[in-house]
Write a protein that binds this ligand. Structure first.
Ligand code: MG
Length: 384
């Protein structure tokens, strides 16, 4: 059996580390050919020694360090800001895992689909910002996209082997984030550490804040709309605090298929890597007798207006999702830096979104310009 050759963009973040944990269990089946990171070059160095990729890329300040500490004849070291697209489209790679955060993933994502690679995105921003462009290019170049984000992976799994034309709706589940049971009257005084305490998933800071506002779920609506080519009206967000069901799909006949599992990212990562097969994960399963019940709630759009705003952006499309993402990232950074209160995040994003003139059927240049514009506008509102 030939080994599946894998590139991981963002190998030192939590998804990247978990991807390598999965790969480590199956040394006969997988081979790491490329790794990229930003600043964590010491962890990248360990990963190079362990997995011996032929190509790595890192931020400039890490390049000298790596050149001194790793064997340059076996591993080519390059600059991540200049060469990430090249690594995303390496001839020697079969699959590209997009584990990096932010809209910086957009260009390498595009380069991987144009090279016809199988792409496994955990990154949300690229699909939010340029979902239409990415999906069209993937179709043109016959690049398969197997999502890693737990909800999108669940929907993907539920649709496997089904006639997609018979899909009635998608139930996108949400744990509800850190504030599900916190009264709205307290929102103005919430400290950063209270927001960063997510009840179910351990994730990066921005996505944890986005989970608290439910903006993250709104981004997932936009993502799902592109990945599964469905109308926004056919996607329903369902609050499910136990986070055991990772999402569900309902078909025309009324049957609903749900995907369940423990909250461990290694599950959707492994599924993407081994697709269409399923291998032993070594992870423990669900004990239904301990669990006893699963519960569901309708999201409160007044308490969490970011979700309503994101659904509005999903419906209107064009450059608006790009603006939403950029304004949100800027506002979340400002909140994390202590410059605005928690409730200021929505206010900033809403103001920027309202001011934006949507460009329909945008080009890549249009979405990137909208992204820049929104960041400047958001900074203007925050730091005026
Ligand atoms: Mg998710």
């Amino acid at each position: 059996m030939t080994r599946k050759r894998i590139v991981i963009l963002g190998s030192t973040g939590s998804i990247g580390i978990n991807t390598l944990k999965v790969i480590e269990r199956f040394p006969q089946q997988f081979q790491v050919v490329g790794l990229t990171a930003c600043n964590n070059y010491r962890l990248l160095e360990q990963q190079i020694h362990r997995f011996a990729p032929s190509h790595v890329a890192v931020a400039k300040q890490g390049m000298d360090y790596l050149r001194r500490h790793v064997n340059g004849r076996k591993t080519k070291i390059s600059d991540v800001s200049a060469d990430i697209e090249e690594i995303a489209s390496l001839t020697s790679a079969d699959m590209v895992v997009i584990a990096m955060q932010g809209s910086a993933a957009l260009k390498p994502f595009l380069s991987a689909v144009r090279a016809g690679k199988t792409v496994a995105p955990a990154n949300k921003e690229a699909l939010v910002v340029a979902g239409n462009i990415l999906m069209k290019e993937a179709e043109r170049h016959k690049a398969r996209i197997i999502p890693i984000d737990s909800e999108q992976s669940a929907i993907f799994q539920c649709l496997e082997g089904q006639d997609r034309r018979r899909l009635k709706r998608i139930c996108l589940t949400a744990s509800g984030g850190a504030l599900l049971n916190v009264p709205e009257s307290r929102f103005d005084q919430l400290a950063v550490h209270e927001i960063l305490r997510h009840p179910r998933w351990k994730m990066g800071k921005r996505i944890t804040v986005d989970s608290a506002t439910l903006m993250n779920k709104g981004f997932e609506v936009i993502e799902a709309q592109h990945l599964f080519r469905c109308r926004v009206e056919d996607i329903e967000v369902v609050i499910h605090p136990e986070a055991i069901i990772h999402s569900m799909v309902e078909f025309q006949d009324g049957s609903i298929i749900a995907q369940m599992g423990i909250t461990d990212m290694r599950l959707p990562i492994q599924y993407a890597l081994t697709y269409p097969e399923r291998w032993k994960s070594g992870l423990k399963g669900i004990d239904f007798f301990k669990l006893k019940r699963l519960s569901f709630e309708k999201p409160d759009l007044e308490k969490f207006p970011s979700l309503a705003l994101a659904i509005y952006a999903a419906r209107n499309g064009g450059t608006l999702p790009s603006v939403l993402n950029a304004a949100d990232e800027t506002a979340v950074d400002a909140f994390l830096g202590g410059n605005i209160p928690f409730t200021g995040i929505y206010k900033v994003v809403e103001k920027v979104a309202r001011k934006h003139t949507i460009v329909r059927s945008p080009s890549l240049k249009d979405v990137l310009e909208a992204d820049q514009w929104a960041r400047e506008e958001a900074r203007g509102f925050i730091y005026h």
